[in-house]
Design a protein around this ligand. Structure first.
Ligand SMILES: Nc1ncnc2c1ncn2[C@@H]1O[C@H](COP(=O)(O)OP(=O)(O)OP(=O)(O)O)[C@@H](O)[C@H]1O
Ligand SMILES: [Mg+2]
Length: 362
């Protein structure tokens, strides 16, 4: 086991029906105190993975270890793993305090310790005044805080959160994101967090594991996933993008189909003649001048005619055409505010703001 490994999933496969693998061979090493986010489209196996860590589902094959102990066949309440669900899953007939006490009773804590811990948990989520209410008398955000308190009250080694903010409106969601990060920082607990909101994944996580069809396409720090996606799927799933087909040429260049050569700083792992996919995020392109002509375009520069623009206030996204390609470029509103639809503009690529992706990986 590596030094950093605290929670380890090895070669985990889960099939519900014996035909299709909902989780298809996952390896994960999660460090103590880490905030890891599982990000991916609907049906990619995120919840299934959490349920296996929690013990509510059994892997078809593979192993789960926590601090070196094999958990694979251990009952959920003997794992010391907490879980928070999207739909709160509170007991409607119990008060807030009794909901939070429930995992402690399951684990046969003494009555005085239960009281002490429940009060501490209520304080942590700022719900002391609501202890005697029933869940139906609380707002969505408050109910989610009860679920969070219930997940944390027995000091689990790991807290699993499955889209915990999915049902909340935008403002409450941002408030809870801040609160969750604060709790993570305060108690240093290992968290595995599921979302399909890429912004949430980017802002909250130490690392992001991008799921697709039961596999992990990439696991890295958020900015690495954004700036250096390993696969086209990751490049498209996270952030806005332009992706072009190209061929690696000599001299640090890539020939873009129908667009000519551009200089690329990092070509490691790509041999001359290889087919590649070329990622250029909209904000990586520079608007060089507002009245270019295609004929004198230097390598790495090309013209587009603006067909649409979307003003976000701080930035503007321009969508334009260059031959058969639709191109997206994002610029600061201060610099590009005067550009209009119908206008032709010159775009320049920077060699270190271009990423090459193997076309068929994995
Ligand atoms: N209890 C179950 N019985 C049978 N199939 C299931 C069960 N739970 C999930 N699946 C299937 O397993 C696959 C992965 O589902 P899972 O719930 O893990 O996806 P997810 O990434 O959490 O998706 P979402 O973002 O929609 O919550 C899907 O094809 C789903 O239909
Ligand atoms: Mg799910």
């Amino acid at each position: 086991m590596s030094d950093t490994s605290y929670l380890r999933l090895s070669q985990i496969v889960k099939s519900y029906d014996g035909r299709i693998n909902a989780v298809d061979g996952i390896d994960l090493d999660i460090a103590k105190g880490e905030f890891l986010t599982l990000l991916g489209p609907s049906g990619s196996g995120k919840t299934t993975t959490l349920m296996m860590i929690a013990g509510f589902e059994q892997p078809t094959s593979g192993q789960i270890n926590l601090q070196g102990r094999d958990l694979t066949r251990v009952k959920p309440y003997r794992r010391n793993v907490g879980m928070v669900f999207q739909n709160y899953a509170l007991f409607p007939h119990m008060t807030v305090a009794r909901n939070i006490a429930f995992p402690l009773k399951m684990r046969r804590f003494a009555a005085n310790e239960i009281e002490e811990r429940v009060n501490k948990a209520l304080d942590r989520v700022e719900l002391r005044d609501h202890a005697d209410k029933h869940p139906r008398a609380l707002s969505g955000g408050q109910q989610q805080r009860v679920a969070l308190a219930r997940g944390l009250v027995f000091d689990p080694d790991v807290l699993l959160l499955d889209e915990p903010l999915g049902a909340l409106d935008k403002n409450l969601r941002e408030q809870m994101q801040v609160e969750l990060k604060r709790i993570h920082r305060d108690i240093g607990i290992t968290m595995v967090y599921v979302t399909h909101d890429q912004t949430e994944a980017m802002t909250m996580s130490d690392r992001v594991a991008v799921f697709s069809a039961g596999r992990i396409e990439q696991i890295d720090e958020p900015l690495t996933v954004y700036n250096h996606p390993k696969t086209r799927f990751v490049a498209e799933f996270i952030g806005d993008n332009n992706i072009f087909a190209g061929t690696v040429a000599e001299g640090g260049r890539v020939e873009l189909a129908g667009m000519g050569p551009i200089a690329v700083a990092d070509m490691s792992g790509f041999a001359a003649g290889a087919s590649v996919e070329v990622l250029i995020r909209p904000e990586w392109l520079q608007i060089a001048q507002t009245t270019g002509t295609a004929t004198d375009a230097a390598a790495g520069a090309f013209d587009i005619q603006i067909t649409d623009s979307i003003n976000y206030g701080d930035t503007i996204l321009f969508i334009g055409r260059h031959q058969d390609h639709t191109i997206r470029v994002r610029a600061s509103a201060v610099h590009a505010g005067s550009l209009r639809e119908g206008q032709t503009i010159r775009l320049e690529t920077a060699p270190d703001q271009v990423r090459l992706i193997h076309p068929n990986e994995p």
